[in-house]
Design a protein around this ligand. Structure first.
Ligand code: TEU
Length: 579
């Protein structure tokens, strides 16, 4: 097999609902995506990860699928997907689709059949349980376990048709599939092979570490402020997870004669888990999306209890993953996706004075790590969080459910809104800012979610031809990954571990060495490296200041990458008389 192409690739994530609307209905669609492929070619990315476009009631914006083998009419048709695959391949880009197989929609025919009767042939395709012993079905507190769903409330929904409950780790419209049943697994593998036959090049697997649960299902530790318990330790990376992923690899991936890419989204997975999941000899997945670094600004109350990020924690975390997967396995690298607030507002500074600089700094730091970088739509423009001012602007069910829960228990609505402003997933979901017109060039109709008013300043049209733009900086970073072997393969060493403001590391490959220096602060910071002398005269590979970088005195949000050129080859003079 040739070397895995995804090791030197940069992947671009498209969340189709907010990318580009071709028909004026206010919702992004597949023809809209196809119309922007030259933009992606200009950026230089190698592959697209396309978030769900399948038939769906859209309770969770497409992560609740009612037909895995069709396109939702709001996004287009199967013919559009075929065209997208062909147009991507014509531009030498790959397509990774998002597969959501921990759960289906409650409107999927499998679930409709399953819920119809206790003796339905598909009953066991989902997790059905009677009420708690001694309690009447449907009575509050009679749920089979005390588990809380990721989107608040109980993880069990009572179904009066058969007087039993079904499990849903996310919304009640997302019942969990029972992977213990081999028929379920075979149905999933068959569906994935069908997509490979259509030409897709790989899969991003939604919450795939939840498909093996610890049995029996038992109560979790109480979650403060709720009447529920924590389900996570019982459903995450259960005893059969490696077996299931290996089986999926054999049934779906190994049979192909081309190199595919698989990435498992795995909230709660540890580095030790990742070392197993991504070890190539185990044949499970190529890489995982881990959450450790994006959970560092969560307080004791979780996502909606945000606290300031401590840079030394971030450095320690990412360095552990770099080192931990250095010999076996592979990292995925990301700041942003459709579930996270915008990185520049969260880890950088979205104040106009430092927005561009800090967006470039974050990009530089991430793209110089070892692993496969993921760019989320709009990140390459330095798009920011939205200035939310009232609840009616939000669309995400997680945000709306959190509001209902928190305000319902008496939390101050102002405080709840502030938490959503910082942490809502809708920050990532406002429309892509193509130009400075009223709807940012996203739609000619009424956008399904508000457009960020800063599209007048932050938009693709203005940045494409500007050599100082965030877009141009990303483009150059992507080029570096393709041109400089040390960026892809180099060993990673964290430097200045305890410095609270400066993120510094080296990459080393053969005789090529890179030094990355980044100041996460609006004040000048100086750095002292014991081997500073060795970098005298080193080439500046990329920097976010236009003039000669400060080197050992870093200005506000300055990021620089230095390259020590390989030592010139020594040519030995042939000794006369010897051949
Ligand atoms: O996300 C899984 C996940 O655990 C989170 O990132 C989730 O957004 C968070 O718990 C909410 O607070 C995946 C998808 O990426 C997400 O969009 C889906 O909503 C979720 O699975 C269910 O399919």
């Amino acid at each position: 097999m040739p070397e895995a192409w995804w090791k030197s690739a940069v992947v671009y994530q498209i969340w189709p609902r907010s990318f580009a609307d071709s028909n004026g209905d206010g919702v992004g669609d597949l023809p809209g995506v196809i119309g922007k492929l030259d933009y992606l070619r200009t950026l230089g990315v190698d592959a697209v990860w396309l978030s769900p476009f399948y038939r769906s009631p859209m309770d969770d914006m497409g992560y609740d699928i009612s037909d895995y083998q069709d396109v939702d009419p709001v996004f287009g048709t199967l013919a559009d997907i075929d065209e997208l695959i062909a147009e991507l391949h014509a531009r030498d880009m790959k397509l990774m689709i998002d597969v959501v197989v921990n759960h289906t929609s409650d409107e999927h025919p499998w679930f409709i059949e399953s819920r119809s009767a206790k003796d339905s042939p598909k009953r066991d395709w989902y997790w059905w349980r009677p009420s708690r012993p001694g309690m009447a079905p449907g009575e509050p507190g009679a749920e089979p376990t005390n588990w809380r769903a990721a989107f608040q409330g109980s993880a069990w929904e009572f179904d009066p048709a058969t007087d039993e409950y079904y499990l849903h780790m996310f919304s009640r419209k997302q019942p969990d599939l029972n992977w213990e049943n081999p028929e379920v697994r075979q149905a999933v593998y068959e569906m994935l092979r069908w997509w490979l036959d259509r030409g897709v090049d790989g899969f991003r697997m939604d919450v795939i570490n939840l498909v093996s649960k610890f049995l029996p299902l038992v109560d979790g530790k109480p979650v403060p402020g709720t009447r529920f318990g924590d389900a996570w330790p019982q459903v995450s990376c259960g005893p059969r997870i490696h077996e299931f992923l290996h089986e999926m690899h054999l049934e779906v991936v190994a049979a192909q004669d081309r190199v595919l890419v698989t990435v498992g989204e795995m909230p709660g997975a540890t580095l030790q888990d990742a070392q197993l999941f991504t070890d190539p000899v185990r044949e499970e997945v190529d890489m995982i999306f881990q959450f450790e670094h994006v959970d560092l600004d969560h307080g004791p109350g979780g996502r909606y209890d945000p606290k300031a990020l401590c840079l030394t924690d971030l450095k320690a975390s990412l360095a552990r993953w770099q080192t931990g997967l250095a010999d076996r396995g592979w990292n995925s690298l990301y700041w942003d996706n459709h579930d996270q607030p915008r990185a520049v507002s969260r880890f950088g500074c979205d104040d106009p004075e430092y927005r561009v600089r800090s967006a470039k700094l974050l990009a530089t730091v991430l793209h110089l790590h070892r692993g496969t970088p993921y760019v989320y739509q709009g990140e390459e423009l330095g798009m920011t969080n939205y200035p939310w001012s009232s609840l009616d602007e939000f669309r995400d069910l997680d945000s709306l459910n959190y509001w209902a829960e928190a305000v319902g228990r008496g939390d101050d609505p102002g405080k709840v809104l502030a938490a959503l402003r910082a942490q809502s997933r809708d920050n990532a979901r406002t429309p892509m800012q193509w130009n400075g017109s009223e709807n940012a060039g996203f739609t000619t109709g009424k956008p399904w979610i508000p457009v960020n008013p800063n599209c007048a300043e932050i938009n693709a049209e203005a940045q494409l031809t500007d050599p100082t733009s965030v877009f141009t900086h990303y483009r150059r970073l992507i080029e570096l990954r393709h041109e400089v072997a040390a960026v892809v393969h180099g060993d990673f060493t964290m430097r200045l571990d305890d410095d609270p403001h400066v993120y510094a590391f080296t990459r080393e490959y053969a005789d090529e060495r890179l030094l990355v220096l980044a100041n996460f602060d609006d004040h000048e910071r100086s750095v002292e490296l014991p081997d500073a002398d060795e970098w005298t005269g080193a080439e500046v590979l990329i920097s976010n200041y236009p003039d000669e970088p400060g080197r050992w005195t870093l200005r506000a949000w300055e990021a620089t990458v230095l390259r020590r050129a390989p030592a010139p080859a020594v040519h030995e003079e042939p000794v006369p008389g010897q051949s």
